[in-house]
Write a protein that binds this ligand. Structure first.
Ligand code: PLP
Length: 450
């Protein structure tokens, strides 16, 4: 029964980013089944999944082709490694497919099991790169406050979640600049002006640390877990100019933006810049099986491969055949069923318009941001002055809870409601998503007597 599940879960399991005691008192929601965009709990209640799991189930739940790819591979070759001068067909085929989808200046990948690991590999690979070029002191990684790059030690230090830096997570040789959050920080500046100001913080930081010591700047093209912030249009070109000027590598964390979320294959293509490295995970396999990776530009790969000798790095499950088989089936479906194109030309613009039609005049919503099938609603106390509620986090969390009541899985970060449905969402499913979101936001507005 649900109660049995909850009691056993409480007895043995520590959950992510939650007050475990409070969760145990309430009982975790037990999700038992998924099909398409729908999930069911252990009491049989249906939810529309507005978050594609954790930004990952691009193809939705229950895809027979992904299941078949995994089963076939489990029978043929369940495991082999890339250590003993060995390789296997699936990882080779996956790379061929992946690089056919990426811009031509990327050439090599190192596969991992997750996004956190991909960012760990990034840190070590970038340092190795500068070491080979005779600049071992160039090792400081600059991230952004409120950026999220994972939960391992290095990825936590790279990220800018202050509360995660407790427990020794803030390591030496990491630094941070502010986030390009115009709604909160823009003051009287236009978005364009603020985008340039936020980007130029990077230049100030590089000069403060000494360009000869800075290895790379790492950021999400649009910031996800740390508030779902879309940078002003002027931001990324300026960041790229600064990185090139000071010979600092530019690394995009594409863990949530990659594989079609914005309507482009990769989010940096939507924002129009050219990173030297990409970290990928989540949508690579639609979350059906863990897999991530670090993608390197040809320029970096040439240095590592031609001049580097042995790179002291390896993961038992790197390029795992079953994960690679699922990734191949997933990427082929995204490509051959025209799903990414559909997000760009049809469902993405449809969702963005529907959100603006529904929420532009809503008393609780100050700003609507989004592109493709990812969007955020910013709650505001005073829309004219962009004043945010002092307790915006609690209001948004309450709204999220109303969403769950209404049969919708939606996420809150700070004072923003986030949605990122599966990329296969139909217009009818997007109608349901926005309708249920409206009901949840209306309930929060009523509680605030708006
Ligand atoms: N990078 C970004 C941008 C993420 O959003 C996440 C997870 O949400 C990660 C990295 C970490 O990925 P994982 O949870 O697979 O380790």
């Amino acid at each position: 029964s649900t109660q049995d599940y909850q009691a056993l879960d409480a007895a043995h399991h520590i959950h992510a980013f939650l007050d475990q005691k409070a969760l145990n008192e309430k009982g975790a929601l037990v999700i038992t089944k998924g099909q398409g965009l729908n999930l069911w709990d252990s009491n049989g209640k249906r939810y529309l999944d507005g978050m594609s799991g954790l930004w990952c189930t691009a193809l939705g739940y229950g895809r027979a082709d992904l299941n078949a790819a995994a089963s076939r591979q489990l029978e043929e070759l369940a495991y082999y490694n890339l250590f003993f001068h060995t390789t296997h067909p699936r990882v080779i085929e996956l790379s061929e497919l992946l690089f056919s989808l990426l811009p031509a200046h990327y050439s090599h990948a190192i596969y991992t099991n997750s996004g956190s690991e991909a960012n760990e590999v990034l840190i070590r690979t970038v340092r190795r790169y500068w070491q080979i070029l005779g600049k071992p002191q160039k090792k400081i990684m600059i991230g952004r406050w409120n950026g999220y790059h994972g939960s391992t030690l290095g990825s936590t230090a790279l990220g800018g979640m202050g509360f995660m830096h407790e427990m020794g997570g803030m390591l030496p040789d990491f630094a941070h600049i502010g986030e390009p959050y115009w709604y909160a920080e823009g003051g009287d500046l236009t978005e364009e002006e603020f985008g340039l100001k936020a980007a130029r913080e990077l230049e100030t930081k590089i000069l403060e640390l000494g360009a000869e010591n800075v290895a790379a700047f790492v950021a999400e093209p649009f910031q996800g877990a740390g508030g779902m912030i879309f940078p002003p249009a002027s931001y990324w070109a300026e960041i790229q100019r600064i990185c090139r000027k000071y010979d600092v590598l530019l690394s995009a964390d594409e863990v949530i933006g990659g594989f079609g979320r914005t309507g482009e294959w990769f989010a940096h293509q939507h924002f129009g810049f050219e990173p030297d490295t990409l970290t990928i995970a989540k949508g690579l396999t639609s979350g059906y099986i863990p897999m991530g990776g670090l993608v390197l530009s040809k320029r970096m790969a040439d240095v590592l491969v031609q001049q580097g000798g042995v790179f002291a790095h390896g993961l038992t499950y790197s390029g795992h055949p079953v994960a690679a088989a699922v990734a191949i089936a997933n990427l082929k479906a995204l490509r051959d069923e025209g799903i990414v194109t559909q997000v760009k030309n049809d469902t993405g613009p449809y969702l963005q318009k529907l959100l603006r039609d529904t929420f532009s005049d809503h008393p609780l919503v100050g700003e609507i941001q989004g592109v493709g099938l990812v969007a955020a609603l910013q709650f505001a106390e005073d829309k004219a002055t962009r004043k945010r509620f002092a307790n915006e986090g609690d209001i948004a969390w309450g709204c999220r809870t109303h969403g769950f009541d209404e049969g919708l899985i939606i996420r809150s970060t700070q004072g923003r409601m986030i949605m990122a449905p599966a990329l296969v969402a139909t217009r009818a499913e997007l109608d349901e998503l926005v309708e249920k979101t409206k009901r949840a936001v209306d309930r929060s507005a009523r509680e605030l007597k708006l």
